[in-house]
Ligand binder design. Structure first.
Ligand code: BGC
Length: 769
């Protein structure tokens, strides 16, 4: 039941816009919002969108006062050629859900079968009744392909059925001048450069204004009908096709759209599109559906999470995993943008959201996809080096706060570029990848270089004072507190980065001196540097308040006045839309988890008491105005045994978009929160941590659930974890015996067998079958 997301069928604007995002289809390369093929008759606003991951233009950033090092341009993911449109005419009446009478209407997303559909019984103003079934998919196996299938069945008439289909190159992006999270200008970035109807295909080609990237769409249409007349017409911006089908019988129209672009297909993008169409020429829509199913069967066999006894949350986690799969780039040009391929919020940029929130779900289920994300960062390492120079650092790499192909795209540096922690976040995810996969080749090649370059960057940024290493004038994850000295999160993450850089250096020195010599030469590494990294890590200053017994968020945070959250009217949230940033910066108030997140990622740095006190303290000051916040508080609530809270935070995270909790899902799905949903289960309720010392779990089951199940890959093993109220069952499905820690006790999981651990009160008892 929870494999099918049945969508609201209300025909009002808020619902339609919401459904457009929720019913997005994608495959990591191509994404298509859930718009109606026939449109809304101009009655309502629609964000009609088709996106290609990383396909972008550049726009100028205009500053009132431009200072040194401010980025001059910004990248922007573009809404590309629109191939969604198909109008259907029954006799002389145009089908529209806003006219006549809708006798029944269903809208579903099939997460196990990889398609979306609308099933409609419609009575036209003149009383003709027709059943229409719209199905669409974005193929997981042919990444360029977006296919539509429409079946029209007359119920009480034998009128002619006409399909009018267009492929339109005259497209623009969506803008909203009042919301800083959306673009405020530069809507039109594509020019149509070629329009043809050839080889039985509509061919449309567009070029971006500045980057000179090209996108093409090659569309093949067909009908299955008794008899019909086909006509096509080429305008200067669109190709239009008409099929007039004789009435009386059910007729089916199909439209296969193949998207190609210069990043992936080079200058021969149109020819590539034609070639892909040739390969698909005899393929039926049902065959595409079968391929989707096979792909998803495999995906779910590893990635599924089962929550027994709570349909809504089960739906939430499956939806999250499905959308993560649909959004994640699987080629070297792409990553996962903050909204995936479901909308234009944050302009298709990649943030730290990838490493800290989304990557873990892939790392522990499909490590190859995770590796690709890390390779994308490696591919932009030169940009990160350049950015560090612009920012005045002689060595090392500073990754951009938001980007597509590497250049910094953040125009507001206090809550953008100043978030230097992104370099440590990327280093953290490299380390996690290595711990999970033990990919030695990756360690020697990409990981060593990224760790060395990020480590030397911290040496550049920080300084020793009174025997401690300090990092000044940076912004931590909490964007309501900017440009501070010694942000705890940044410092502790930098410490981890520095420690590991030192460790990898020593390892290469001992075991792979040839590779080390190459790298030393490539990046001009001085033999004294690793010692400096180790020294800085050992002496890293980690702010701690003796009175409150918490880690201070930074040097000045605790001196500020507390924001009165209790008496702030509801309509003033999110605060960023109602208060000048400086006002926010003057108070103790958090947009999102900061120190608490550091305590999740690096829990061994502090005592449990400090972690608990810090959670209690910061929770009262956190607005959760960022969707990246609930999940972290939920995970740490689990860790601290605050079970009710853990469950409540999970509910907010798992259904954030389904219930439009932040009110802006229309602009795209909150992908970090989707990753956070998986983390809340696996690292929250499952208590899973990956450390140098191995794999540990601390599972527990929320009272309202009958059971919880998930699988993880770890060091060539596949482990199934089943949590029930009386016991936990670990099954080592693939791979050799594995020692793990369960609630602080060591067990060895035996290959191919179940390990059942029961808890009677506080006591664990191991029964190995
Ligand atoms: C959050 C950032 C996040 C960005 C993109 C902002 O609202 O504060 O932490 O990276 O959204 O999701």
């Amino acid at each position: 039941m929870t494999w099918k997301l049945a969508q609201s069928t209300e025909l009002d604007n808020p619902n339609l816009l919401l459904s457009e995002s929720l019913l997005t289809l994608g495959n990591g390369y191509l994404g298509v919002r859930g718009n109606f093929e026939e449109g809304y008759d101009g009655q309502f606003k629609s964000i009609r969108g088709t996106y290609i991951n990383a396909f972008h233009d550049e726009t100028e950033i205009k500053y009132g006062e431009r200072l040194h090092g401010f980025p001059l341009t910004q990248q922007k993911m573009l809404n590309v050629i629109d191939s969604q449109t198909v109008e259907v005419y029954i006799g002389d009446e145009r089908f529209s859900l806003f006219e006549g009478e809708v006798l029944s209407f269903e809208r579903n997303l099939h997460m196990d079968r990889g398609f979306a559909e609308r099933i409609i019984r419609w009575r036209s103003p003149q009383g003709r009744e027709t059943r229409l079934h719209f199905r669409r998919l974005v193929s997981f196996t042919v990444k360029e392909l977006f296919a539509i299938d429409i079946r029209v069945e007359p119920l009480n008439h034998s009128e002619q059925v006409v399909f009018f289909s267009t492929v339109n190159g005259d497209v623009s992006n969506y803008v909203d001048v009042n919301d800083p999270r959306l673009a405020s200008g530069h809507a039109k970035r594509l020019n149509v450069t070629d329009i043809r109807y050839e080889h039985g295909l509509s061919l449309v080609r567009d070029t971006t204004m500045i980057t000179n990237l090209e996108v093409a769409c090659a569309t093949a249409t067909a009908v299955k009908a008794g008899s019909y007349i086909h006509a096509q017409h080429t305008k200067h911006y669109a190709v239009e096709e008409t099929y007039e089908c004789a009435g009386g019988e059910p007729v089916t129209f199909t439209k296969f759209n193949v998207y190609t672009d210069t990043l992936r297909h080079g200058n021969g993008l149109v020819e590539s599109g034609i070639a892909i169409q040739d390969l698909q020429r005899d393929t039926k829509f049902d065959e595409l559906l079968a391929a989707q199913r096979d792909y998803l069967d495999h995906f779910w066999s590893i990635s599924d999470v089962e929550i027994d006894g709570d349909t809504e949350l089960q739906e939430g986690i499956r939806f999250s995993l499905y959308q993560l799969l649909q959004s994640v780039g699987k080629d070297p040009y792409s990553n996962i943008s903050a909204k995936g391929l479901s909308g234009e919020g944050y302009e298709g940029h990649y943030f730290w959201d990838t490493e800290i929130y989304m990557l873990p779900a892939f790392l522990m289920t499909q490590p190859d996809i995770a590796k690709n994300l890390l390779l994308h960062r490696y591919a932009i390492l030169d940009n990160a080096r350049m950015r560090a120079r612009v920012m005045g650092h002689d060595k090392g790499a500073l990754f951009p706060w938001r980007t597509i192909t590497g250049p910094e795209s953040s125009a507001y540096f206090p809550a953008g570029t100043a978030q230097y922690h992104i370099s440590a976040d990327i280093a953290y995810s490299y380390i996690q990848y290595y711990l999970v996969t033990q990919d030695e080749e990756f360690l020697r090649k990409e990981m060593a270089e990224v760790l060395f370059e990020t480590a030397r960057f911290w040496i550049e940024v920080g300084h020793m004072k009174d025997g401690k290493f300090h990092i000044d004038s940076v912004t931590g994850p909490d964007e309501y507190t900017c440009i501070v000295n010694n942000n705890y999160y940044t410092n502790v993450m930098a410490k981890h980065n520095l420690e590991w850089a030192g460790k990898v250096y020593r390892l290469l020195e001992e075991e792979h001196s040839g590779r080390l010599a190459e790298l030393v030469k490539k990046i001009g590494l001085d033999s004294k540097e690793p010692g400096e990294w180790e020294e800085a890590a050992t002496h890293m200053f980690l702010p701690y308040d003796e009175i409150l017994k918490i880690n201070a968020q930074d040097d000045s945070f605790l001196q500020k006045k507390r924001w009165d959250l209790e008496n702030t009217p509801k309509e003033k949230f999110p605060l960023l839309l109602h208060y000048h940033p400086l006002t926010l910066y003057r108070y103790q108030v958090l947009k999102q988890a900061d120190t608490v997140l550091a305590h999740f990622l690096l829990e061994d740095e502090e005592s449990l008491e400090t972690i608990r006190n810090s959670f209690d303290y910061y929770e009262d000051l956190t607005t959760h105005d960022s969707s990246l916040s609930y999940c972290v508080y939920g995970i740490m609530a689990s860790r601290l045994g605050y079970r009710d809270k853990a469950y409540r935070y999970f509910k907010e995270t798992a259904r954030l978009d389904l219930d439009n909790i932040h009110g802006n899902t229309k602009d795209g799905l909150h992908m970090a929160s989707m990753g956070g949903t998986w983390l809340s289960i696996v690292s929250g309720f499952g208590g899973l941590r990956v450390k140098d010392s191995g794999l540990s779990l601390n599972p527990w089951l929320p009272e309202n659930w009958d059971g919880l199940g998930f699988r993880v890959r770890y060091q060539d093993r596949l482990i199934k974890v089943r949590v029930e109220s009386e016991r936990v069952i670990y099954t080592l499905i693939e791979g050799e015996d594995l020692p793990i820690t369960h609630h602080g006790r060591d067990f060895v999981l035996v290959s191919g067998r179940e390990t059942i651990i029961q808890w009677n009160g506080q006591e664990d008892e191991a029964l190995i079958r």
